[in-house]
Design a protein around this ligand. Structure first.
Ligand SMILES: O=C[C@H](O)[C@H](O)[C@H](O)COP(=O)(O)O
Length: 228
């Protein structure tokens, strides 16, 4: 079974957690693409009244195009449930996100949400975080100084570039600095360090956030409860 089939399986299962009347946070990425399709099918078939809050223009455009009502994050007083993908999830349900450079908006939506579900294929489950380079979003002013500071700390920073070699920019017009840190033994300590760095708008460590993980496996979907 290919990876996309597993992503779709997880997305379809997670769409079942959507209830009539909910304000929903919608993440970003290839797995969320299947989720938005699955939610749109339910909205149409069951005449659900839901509204979505997006984490990227990609998701926003797709959801609107499929007939899902979308509202801005500053126009809602709460979000009931956010469903998003992830790049890595460890045994303690801590995660890395931002492979699509959307982690700042995703974290804002996740932290506003009463519940968070992540949808992944089984390859995203790891013992220890860090094989996936940790994304950080860096403001353009002084970005080289930020890179030097992180390099001096041994965090092996590398600017993310597109196929033409241009620096990737985020929704906010900032750059993405990926940290090749290897195994992250103490994610909270690293998060604390990165949170304190002037110039880093946000990093992709999502700690103590997710409530449930829906995993696509060749034997079917698994729903893992994080116990929070
Ligand atoms: O910035 C992107 C997001 O954090 C994605 O949710 C994450 O990269 C997973 O994406 P995908 O479902 O495409 O593997």
């Amino acid at each position: 079974m290919d990876q996309n089939a597993l992503k779709k399986m997880a997305a379809d299962r997670a769409a079942e957690f959507v209830e009539d009347g909910m304000t929903l946070g919608l993440g970003t990425g290839s797995t969320v693409h299947y989720l938005v399709e699955a939610i749109a099918r339910r909205v149409q078939a069951e005449h659900l009244h839901i509204q979505g809050v997006s984490t990227s223009s990609r998701t926003e455009d797709q959801a609107r195009g499929l007939g899902i009502t979308m509202v801005g994050i500053d126009d809602v007083d709460h979000i009931d449930l956010t469903i998003d993908g992830a790049d890595e999830i460890d045994q303690h349900f801590q995660g890395i996100k931002g492979g699509g450079a959307a982690h700042t908006l995703e974290k804002m939506v996740a932290l506003t949400s009463a519940q968070n579900i992540w949808i992944v294929d089984q390859s995203k489950l790891v013992d220890t975080l860090g094989a996936f380079p940790l994304p950080t979003e860096v403001i353009p002013f002084g970005h080289t100084q930020v890179e030097r500071r992180l390099a001096a700390e041994g965090l092996n920073p590398e600017w993310r570039r597109d196929d033409q070699g241009q620096l990737v920019t985020t929704h906010n017009g900032n750059y993405v600095l990926d940290l090749h840190v290897g195994k992250i033994a103490h994610p909270h300590l690293l998060a604390q360090f990165l949170d304190a760095q002037t110039g880093i708008l946000e990093h992709g460590l999502f700690l103590d956030i997710v409530n449930k993980v829906v995993v696509g496996t060749p034997d079917g979907t698994q729903v893992l409860n994080a116990g929070r």
